[in-house]
Design a protein around this ligand. Structure first.
Ligand code: ADP
Length: 308
C-alpha cells in the first residue's frame, strides 16, 4: 500500500496531487468487478498510517488570523464538521465569508484552489462584503511567493475579485424544509463540481428555533441533517462549517451562554469553536475537538475581513 507521501516523492508531484491520484485508484479498486454491495466499504479499509498521511497532506483553510489558525491546528479542517457558535454580531457571517474566499487561494500560493458553497438561512450574506474581503485577500496574497514555476507576477495578476465571486455557490433557504432540501441536493451538486472544498451553513439553527412545536420531529430532522453533513465532509474531503446561535441559560445563580439546539445537537459536529466578547475584544475558543487542545485566541474584524 503506497502512501501519498511516498508517491509524491517517487513521481515528483505535490502530496495533495498524490492523494488525489491514490483516491482514484482506491475507488477504482473498490468498484472494480461485480463486487457485492458493501464491498466498497471493505475495500476502503485503511491503516492508521494511511489516516496519518491523509491528515498530513490535507491542507487546512486559513482564517487570516494567525492566532486563531494556531489554535485550530493550522486552520479549518476538511473532512470534518466544525460548528462555530456565538452571539449575534460576534462575526460568524464574517468568518464564513472569509473562509469562502480563503478556500480559493491558489495552490501555487499555498492554498487549496477550491470553491465554496454558502447556504444562507438568515439572509445575512452580503455580496458587497464578499467583494471587500476578496479585494483584501488579493492584497495579502501579494506578499506570498509563488511556489510553482510560473512567473511570480503571473501568479498574482491572475487573481480577480470577480473570480472569487464566481467560485462561491450561494443557496438561500427560507425555511427548514428548504434547508433540508438544499443539504440533500449537495451530493449531486458536489459530484458535478470536484473543486468544492467547503460548505458553510449560516446558520444551521435559525429555522429550527422558529415555531417548532414538535420537538421529537425537530430532533429527528436535525439528526438526519447532521449525519448527511458529516457524510458529505467525509466523502468529498470538504470542510463543513455550521454557524450556530447562542442562547442564555440561567444556572448556578448566573446567566451562561449555551449553544442553541441543546444536547441532542451536541454530537453533530467534530469540532466546536465558540466566538465571544471579552471587553471590546473578540476571541475564539476551541470548546470541543478530538485532536485540538482547548484554547482561546483573539481576532479582529476590519473592512478587509478577519485578521489578528
Ligand atoms: P454574526 O453572524 O455573528 O451575527 P456578523 O458576522 O454579521 O455577526 O458580524 C457583524 C460585525 O462584523 C459587525 O458588528 C461589525 O463589528 C463587523 N463588520 C461587518 N462589516 C464590517 C466592515 N465593513 N468593517 C469592519 N467591521 C465590520
Amino acid at each position: 500500500n503506497l502512501s501519498p507521501l511516498d508517491l509524491a516523492r517517487d513521481i515528483g508531484v505535490s502530496s495533495e496531487e498524490a492523494l488525489d491520484i491514490l483516491k482514484v485508484a482506491w475507488r477504482t479498486k473498490a468498484i472494480d468487478g461485480n463486487s457485492p454491495k458493501g464491498a466498497n466499504l471493505l475495500a476502503g479499509a485503511k491503516t492508521a498510517w494511511d489516516l496519518l498521511c491523509e491528515e498530513k497532506t490535507m491542507k487546512r483553510i486559513v482564517t487570516f488570523c494567525e492566532d486563531l489558525d494556531v489554535i485550530l491546528g493550522g486552520g479549518i479542517c476538511r473532512k470534518e464538521v466544525t460548528e462555530v457558535g456565538g452571539v449575534p454580531g460576534i462575526g460568524k457571517t464574517q468568518l464564513g465569508i472569509q473562509l469562502a474566499i480563503n478556500v480559493q487561494i491558489p495552490v501555487d500560493l499555498g492554498g487549496l484552489g477550491g470553491q465554496a458553497i454558502y447556504i444562507d438561512t438568515e439572509g445575512s450574506f452580503m455580496v458587497e462584503r464578499v467583494c471587500q474581503i476578496a479585494k483584501a485577500c488579493i492584497e495579502k496574497l501579494k506578499d506570498i511567493p509563488c511556489t510553482s514555476e510560473r512567473k511570480v507576477e503571473e501568479c498574482h495578476t491572475k487573481l480577480k475579485v470577480d473570480d472569487f465571486l464566481s467560485n462561491i455557490f450561494y443557496f438561500r433557504a427560507c425555511n427548514y424544509t428548504e434547508q433540508i432540501a438544499v443539504i440533500n441536493y449537495m451530493d449531486k451538486f458536489i459530484e458535478e463540481r470536484d473543486k468544492v472544498k467547503i460548505i458553510i451553513v449560516d446558520s444551521v439553527t435559525f429555522h429550527f428555533r422558529q415555531d417548532f412545536e414538535d420537538l421529537a420531529l425537530r430532533t429527528r430532522l436535525l439528526g438526519g441533517m447532521s449525519q448527511k453533513l458529516m457524510r458529505l465532509a467525509e466523502e468529498y474531503d470538504t470542510a463543513v462549517v455550521l454557524m450556530n446561535q447562542v442562547t442564555t441559560k440561567f444556572s448556578g445563580g448566573s446567566f451562561q451562554l449555551a449553544l442553541a439546539l441543546g444536547e441532542s445537537w451536541s454530537h453533530a459536529c467534530t469540532n466546536r469553536v465558540v466566538l465571544y466578547w471579552n471587553g471590546d475584544n473578540r476571541f475564539g475558543y476551541i470548546d470541543k475537538s478530538p485532536s485540538l487542545q482547548s484554547a482561546s485566541a483573539p481576532f479582529s474584524i476590519t473592512t478587509g475581513g478577519i485578521c489578528n
